[in-house]
Write a protein that binds this ligand. Structure first.
Ligand SMILES: C[S@@+](CC[C@H](N)C(=O)[O-])C[C@H]1O[C@@H](n2cnc3c(N)ncnc32)[C@H](O)[C@@H]1O
Length: 205
């Protein structure tokens, strides 16, 4: 059982559902969403961001490496024929039917080697498809507890744009959208703030 498997049953807290709604709104404000958009959500967990983005005639495929998260999503979306989900790691291979929009929220910092993921994502998207990434800006490593470190302590705009360019994507825009808050390590100190960015990009034609 991985770290996210153990969190799956209790994942959909009001805080996370509200956060997913905000992420979806930031993406909608930055990219056009067609009425029949085919959305691929990478690191979907229970699929809250993708569901908030899904237009009436659209389709959503959620991918996650946590089988328990995928099971939660499957149960909560069982009655919606527009939505499917799969336990799949894009680092290992692409998805067959091509999508027109990919979203990845708070997942890239968990992926040790983003090169294979981006190469397989390129193959899973239609020419000129859009990509929206929401994640942490570069931080000092204190966002996650010391006992569960992650492969990337956030990202700089330059490093992520280079990685995208090397894998067939053109960056369209970068904006700081909000900051996550953690309690201060000092008694009565101000909360620590961890800015999040939204990077939009387009797959080469
Ligand atoms: C911090 S959660 C974010 C979930 C959701 N996107 C959100 O914004 O609430 C990260 C998710 O990414 C998944 N994940 C980690 N590595 C992954 C990978 N290589 N491919 C797909 N999902 C992955 C985890 O299982 C987890 O569900």
């Amino acid at each position: 059982m991985n770290h996210f498997d153990s969190q799956a049953a209790a994942w959909d807290t009001p805080f996370r559902v509200d956060r997913a709604q905000r992420f979806a709104q930031f993406i909608r404000d930055a990219l056009p969403i067609a009425e029949d958009e085919a959305i691929l959500e990478i690191g979907c967990a229970t699929g809250q961001v993708g569901r908030a983005l899904l237009p009436i005639h659209g389709q959503l495929l959620g991918l996650d490496t946590s089988a328990a998260m995928v099971q939660q999503m499957r149960e909560s979306c069982a009655r919606d024929s527009r939505i499917s989900c799969r336990c799949h790691d894009l680092c290992a291979g692409p998805i067959q039917s091509p999508y027109s929009l990919a979203v990845a929220c708070m997942v890239f910092h968990h992926v040790p080697d983003l090169g294979p993921l981006l190469r397989h994502l390129w193959s899973s998207l239609r020419p000129s498809a859009h990509l929206a990434i929401i994640d942490l800006e570069e931080e000092d490593g204190s966002f996650h507890p010391a006992e569960s470190p992650v492969p990337h302590n956030g990202f700089t705009q330059a490093s992520l744009e280079r990685l995208l360019m090397n894998n067939g994507f053109t960056a369209l825009g970068w904006a700081t959208i909000e900051a996550a808050e953690k309690p201060s390590v000092e008694p009565d100190g101000p909360p620590r703030l961890y800015p999040r960015f939204l990077l939009t990009a387009q797959r080469s034609a």
